[in-house]
Design a protein around this ligand. Structure first.
Ligand code: AMP
Ligand code: ZN
Length: 456
């Protein structure tokens, strides 16, 4: 059975879905106006792992994973005004890039990718219901949620109301009955994007977007809601207030899962601090699997410091595993070993699971022949649970950073030249080619099927 740390209950709990034939998970996705940074990717990779574990346990068809694109937001409007590029062009571009980059991290596509712009009618309907129930009020063209109407407000984020307000710099506005009330709908000026609504032309607030998308895509109570820990307040607190009020007090999610921050030195990696590393740049220098390994090397609830050393160590560890697969290609398809499954199902304990991979490798290294290949197959199955080992070992060792070293085609051509020289018994030329390639960090290995190469 799986255990998940539930941020609302503040304890690790046995995971019991509402309906094992339809397990639902929602993760707040990116606001698509710029490139994501590797801190944003931590959430995406952590919840990709959870998606994989749920699929293994409940079946691929039974798990519905929705990750949204926030494509209405003041930051997007600003980006459009500054660049002159239409909003829809900006959002489509960055959504596409986000998906492409996550694919390089071997993240599975979510089952559903709802967009805020595709759910305006649902957002208006949800707001109308909240107003009709007296949980929201209309003031100065805005619709505001009245937090005093929701007794459980603050349960997720904990801290007392004043501290929350100070910490999140909640906007103080004259039309608010209570400073903590938050916007469901706000008016748009003629040059801002807007939609007709019972309260005039306007646009939704960010929190409302997720509540409406969840209701439409997954239902009133979902199994797991995920996101980074910075989203607990105000975003998730507000999602809970909106959804629970609209649904007669039904919980929005049975389990709340939050990942810790990715830090640069002592600070959280964030656009506003400017201390970001972008997957777009990192992927030019490092294999996506190396970066995925780095992100999963710490427990998802712990902070993780992003350093060059972390990336280098991740690459070294993966090299060790791929060397085994090169030596002893796994033949059969086997079940993942229970020890690694147990670690992962224990609140995604990836450090323990990775230690388990090293143990499996050490066992394999003591074997030979068929037993070694079987042990390698067990290791491969264990790593695949985490989205590792997706590459052919030869391709893994041939990969090189963009713009560095000889291309694979150039090396293949040199090898062909060398083979021709050897055939003609011109060993001098053959040796020169070997030395040339060695100087470029390319190692040739002669075998019964001819020569192969890898980057050393
Ligand atoms: P944002 O684009 O800032 O709304 O963030 C998108 C997702 O990335 C959210 O789930 C955030 O909690 C998460 N996130 C942003 N910065 C970090 C960070 N430095 N470490 C971990 N997660 C982050
Ligand atoms: Zn959300």
């Amino acid at each position: 059975m799986m255990q998940i740390y539930d941020s609302l209950a503040r304890e690790k709990r046995l995971f019991v879905p509402g309906d094992p034939a339809r397990v639902t998970i929602y993760v707040c996705g990116p606001t698509v106006y710029d490139h994501a940074h590797i801190g944003n990717f931590r959430a995406a990779v952590v919840f990709d792992l959870l998606f994989r574990l749920l699929r293994r346990r409940y079946g691929e068809k039974a798990v519905v994973y929705a990750r949204n694109f926030t494509d209405i937001d003041d930051k997007i409007i600003k980006a459009s005004q500054e660049t002159g590029v239409p909003i829809s062009e900006i959002t489509a571009k960055y959504a596409r890039i986000y998906d492409e980059e996550l694919a390089a991290f071997n993240c599975l596509p979510p089952t559903l990718k709802p967009c805020a712009t595709g759910h305006i009618a649902e957002m208006i309907s949800l707001t109308e219901r909240l107003v009709a129930m007296g949980c929201a009020y209309v003031a100065d063209g805005h619709v505001l949620f009245s937090v005093g109407k929701f007794r459980e407000y603050g349960r997720l984020s904990g801290a007392d109301a004043d501290e929350r307000l100070a910490g999140a710099r909640v906007e103080v506005a004259p039309y608010k009955e209570n400073a903590a009330d938050f916007v469901l709908w706000k008016p748009s000026t003629p040059d801002e994007p807007g939609w007709e609504s019972p309260w005039g032309r306007g646009r939704p607030g960010w929190h409302l977007e997720c509540s409406a998308m969840i209701e439409k895509a997954l239902g009133e109570t979902i199994d797991i809601h995920g996101g980074g820990q910075d989203l607990k307040f105000p975003h998730h607190e507000n999602e809970i207030a909106q959804s629970s009020c609209a649904h007669g007090g039904a919980p929005l999610a049975r389990y709340w899962a939050h990942n810790g921050f990715l830090n640069m030195g002592a600070d959280k990696m964030s656009k506003s601090l400017g201390n970001v590393a972008l997957p777009r740049d990192l992927l030019k220098k490092h294999h996506g699997e190396t970066l995925r390994f780095a992100l999963l090397s710490a427990h998802y609830r712990q902070p993780l410091e992003w350093t060059d050393d972390l990336i280098e160590q991740s690459k070294k560890q993966l090299d060790r595993f791929y060397r085994l697969f090169n030596e002893a290609p796994p033949t059969e398809i086997v079940e993942a070993p229970e020890s690694v499954v147990l670690s992962l199902e224990d609140d995604m304990n990836t450090p323990e699971a990775i230690a388990g991979l090293h143990d499996l490798r050490d066992i394999a290294m003591q074997l030979n022949g068929e037993p070694k290949r079987r042990a390698a197959a067990r290791l491969k199955a264990a790593g695949e649970l985490m989205g590792f080992f997706a590459n052919d070992p030869a391709a893994w060792f041939k990969w090189s950073p963009q713009g560095e070293g000889l291309s694979a085609e150039a090396i293949d051509a040199k090898l062909a030249e060398r083979a021709a020289a050897r055939k003609a018994k011109d060993f001098k030329t053959s040796d020169i080619i070997r030395d040339e390639l060695a100087a470029q960090g390319v190692v040739i290995e002669d075998g019964p099927q001819g020569a192969t190469w890898r980057r050393g």
